[in-house]
Design a protein around this ligand. Structure first.
Ligand SMILES: O=C(O)CCC(=O)C(=O)O
Ligand SMILES: [Fe+2]
Length: 348
């Protein structure tokens, strides 16, 4: 059994069976809100029966925006008994003990902050559930939490005429609905369409001359600033993509990380370059660091680590056009598995 976590420690990430419609849950997706994790031996233990009733009695605390509750059951018999109560209340079925051993065993409560760091920890006992719930009720709103996110903002990466050319290229080439990478049950990467999560139309830049012009601007204007801000030498890029988020479909992209499936694990920094300004909504947010909205001016970039949770808010007027490459380095190339976008050398 691993040791209990202390305040300030990062909570371990895992994927485990869960009472979700999907049947499992990738825990790092719960970031961006407060999380209560309650590890128990069995949902039928008298103390746990009382604790879970107390959670249900105050279920309004757990709306999946401000906070979520996750039980972790060590009892294999709980599989048929427990159900998710959405939003906000879920249970992991920890038959193999993977979660328990990472968190120091059953009979323990943790309160995690939106970065999934331990903010509070307690051994289970009479009255502890109420104490945890009172603490959750008194937490600051996630909107006020933390920040600023470690995002590098650069204006003037693309000139206005170049932005216009890219938008014209997208319009002339046409777009297709943008899918997402997920992992199947064997951990293989697959692309799926899920309009509840991502509503965007994409166009890959296949014109070699135009691709070269995008690259040249990244080399001159983005690579040196990544070196300065993040001490990282970007030598490669992939996904020369132009994207359109349209108000007519409430174009948006739910909270995700960019490097969590094998085909994308080599990606190090996302470069999000806005091509226009005549739209509303469509801002980037980084939920682990509060809800500050990031919106580069036309031609400006937001550069951020592919490990950060981020989302694009719905576009409510007009269309947001963006150019969305990823950059990485030679070490990442060596780790690279089958990416759908061949890498391009951008420096050296
Ligand atoms: O639209 C953006 O700025 C970000 C897009 C994004 O997160 C992605 O394509 O992975
Ligand atoms: Fe992303």
């Amino acid at each position: 059994m691993g040791e209990a976590l202390l305040i300030g420690d990062p909570a371990p990430w895992f994927r485990q069976r869960c009472t979700t419609p999907h049947g499992d849950y990738t825990f790092d997706m719960s970031a961006g809100r407060y999380v209560v994790l309650y590890l128990y031996a069995s949902s039928r233990d008298p103390l746990t029966v009382v604790a879970l009733d107390a959670v249900r009695a105050r279920r309004a605390l757990f709306d999946d925006r401000q906070a979520s509750f996750f039980g972790v059951s060590a009892d294999t018999d709980d599989a048929g008994v427990l159900a998710a109560e959405l939003p906000g209340i879920r249970h992991f079925l920890d038959a193999d003990g993977a979660v328990g051993s990472a968190y120091g065993g059953s009979g323990r409560w943790y309160l995690l902050d939106p970065m999934l760091r331990v903010r509070g920890a307690a051994e289970d006992g009479p009255g502890i559930a109420e104490r945890v719930l009172d603490t959750v009720a008194g937490l600051p709103r996630v909107e006020e939490a933390q920040g600023p996110a470690p995002v590098l903002l650069l204006d003037e990466v693309f000139e206005p005429e170049f932005c216009a050319r890219l938008i014209a290229y997208l319009r002339a080439s046409g777009t297709s609905a943008s899918g997402m990478f997920t992992a199947d049950s064997q951990g293989r990467t697959q692309a799926v369409l899920d309009t509840g999560f991502k509503r965007r139309r994409d166009c890959t830049i296949t014109d070699a001359a135009l691709a070269g012009q995008v690259q040249a601007r990244l080399v001159r204007r983005v690579v040196p600033q990544i070196r300065r801000a993040f001490a990282f030498e970007a030598t490669r890029m992939d996904r020369l993509l132009l994207a359109a988020y349209a108000a007519e479909e409430r174009g948006a992209f739910g909270a995700h990380r960019d490097n969590t499936v094998p085909a994308a694990a080599h990606r190090r920094f996302a470069v999000s370059i806005n091509l226009n300004e005549d739209f509303e909504g469509g801002e980037l947010i980084f939920p682990e660091f509060g809800r500050t909205r990031y919106r580069p001016a036309a031609g400006g970039a937001a550069v951020f680590s592919c490990s950060l949770l981020h989302a694009v808010l719905p576009v409510t007027r007009g269309v947001r056009f963006a150019c969305l490459p990823f950059v990485f380095d030679e070490a990442a190339v060596r780790q690279k598995s089958a990416s759908v976008h061949p890498p391009v050398t951008i420096a050296g």
